[in-house]
Design a protein around this ligand. Structure first.
Ligand code: ATP
Ligand code: MG
Length: 265
């Protein structure tokens, strides 16, 4: 198995964010973690990247135990995270931000090749390479954050909410680029609240709810599941009360997703 996460428990102080999360990613796959705000998606990625220490559980990558490894060593093994909220260096140029992404590498020629590859995926970054990153549009900043993650030449790319705050057209564009990056051989673990888009490009997905995996399966199966549709894909549940359809979302849907877990987990 390329990446295996087993029974992960993560705490922030007294608060338990992950309760025995287990999942796996095979090489060349796109796997999504979907779920509502606070479900534990970012925490899961941070644990893989070595940015938070799990209290218990195990993370193995190509047979190596990452669980207690330091973040920079994990990047060195080929795992690179594009964090939620972009976290670019706003007062540095686009080019300088991209160079920061290659900090664990030393071969100038290979770094230059990676830069060309990033510019191939994101031509707009090439045009704007001298521009101060803080003056980029939101969508361009997202491209820069992804480009910077790619500069580490990852074999496993962790993407945290790449579609957040982007216009529908740009969301389409970003998801197409994710598919292209994957087609070139990079394995992708994608965290998204935009479940519809995530499932559309993923091989498989896991649904997280309050720190637990409550459903998983091939993306096509989850997309077809009525309860998943209601909870995460915006389907409206029919109710007896006329006009109550709009209210069917939150409460009813959450319960439905829980039921789906029993069926699919
Ligand atoms: N640094 C922190 N200190 C304390 N609690 C935290 C910290 N980071 C996250 N949490 C809590 O852990 C839980 C999981 O948070 P996480 O950021 O993993 O959720 P998420 O699924 O990524 O949500 P979102 O979709 O809103 O980004 C939440 O209840 C959150 O409040
Ligand atoms: Mg998050």
């Amino acid at each position: 198995m390329f990446l295996q996460v087993e029974d992960l428990n993560v705490f922030y102080g007294a608060i338990q964010a992950l309760h025995g999360v287990s999942f796996s990613v095979e090489e060349k796959e796109i796997v999504s973690l979907i779920g509502a705000n606070g479900a534990g998606k970012s925490t899961t990625l941070r644990a893989i990247s070595g940015l938070v220490r799990p209290k218990s559980g195990r993370i193995t990558y190509q047979g190596r135990d990452l669980t207690r490894m330091r973040a920079h060593s994990i990047v060195g093994l080929g795992i690179s995270q594009c964090p939620e909220g972009r976290r670019i260096f706003t007062n540095l140029s686009v080019l300088e931000n991209l160079e920061m992404g290659a900090y664990t590498r030393s071969d100038r020629k290979e770094i230059a090749d990676s830069l060309e590859r990033v510019f191939h995926h994101f031509p707009r970054l090439k045009e704007r390479r001298r521009q101060e990153a803080g003056t980029l549009s939101g969508g361009e900043q997202q491209m820069l954050a992804m480009g910077r993650a790619l500069m580490a030449r990852p074999r496993l790319l962790l993407l945290d909410e790449p579609s957040m705050g982007l216009s529908p057209i740009l969301v389409e564009e970003i998801f197409k680029i994710i598919k292209d990056i994957n087609a070139e051989g990079t394995t992708v673990l994608l965290v998204e609240q935009n479940a519809a888009m995530a499932l559309a490009i993923s091989n498989r997905a896991y649904v997280l709810e309050t720190g637990r995996v409550i459903a998983h399966g091939p993306a096509a199966e989850l997309r077809a599941d009525k309860r998943i549709r209601a909870a995460y894909l915006g389907d409206v549940i029919e109710t007896d009360a006329a006009g109550a359809a709009g209210a069917a979302g939150a409460a009813g849907a959450a319960g439905a997703a829980g039921a789906a877990g029993a069926a699919l987990s």
